[in-house]
Design a protein. Sequence first.
Length: 207
Amino acid sequence: MKCPACGLMQIPGPTCKSCGGSLGGPAPRPRPLQHQEPEAQIPTTGHQGPAKRFKKVFGILAAALLVLGAWGAIGFGLVKFWSHGSQLEAGSKAYVDEVVPKIVSSWNSKDLTERASPELIATAPPEKIEKVFRAFSDRLGRLRSYEGSRGQAHVWVTTHTGKVTTASYVAEATFEKAKASVQVNLVMHDGTWKIAGFFVNSDALIP
């Protein structure tokens, strides 16, 4: 289309692009507004702001202080004295080497219950011990040889129970059907050793 005022050839429209005069053409159609989607936010899981990092570090320090506090309470409430090669240790070993062969020679449960501490009887009544000993007798048989024990005796002093004397030994023995190790835990009551734990380990006892 030619502008009647300035003579510029141009695409038909309402006004001239050069002089702004009227061309008499249709008005341009308005362009529809485009909807802009919000930008996607990638979560930054690997990066934490200063406040979050401070909270995390503070939490770790607080947990460490709690652990140290617990250890401090244990340290003040419990003191452990070891006795190596003492008369106490010699006496506990002699006791184990005397009673273990008697207990395992024929697997008579009374040989254990007569020497058991109140703590052991409370967790393993005589009828339960008898049932377990029958299984030991069936799987291992009678005692053939006793090879002795090794272990330690020690004294605990606590704020709750006072002085507690204990010992722990492992004895080796050979039976008719297999070898076995016997772990014996002792506790002293009124100057006398009592058996607080009695465990037998052998491949023959594996189902």
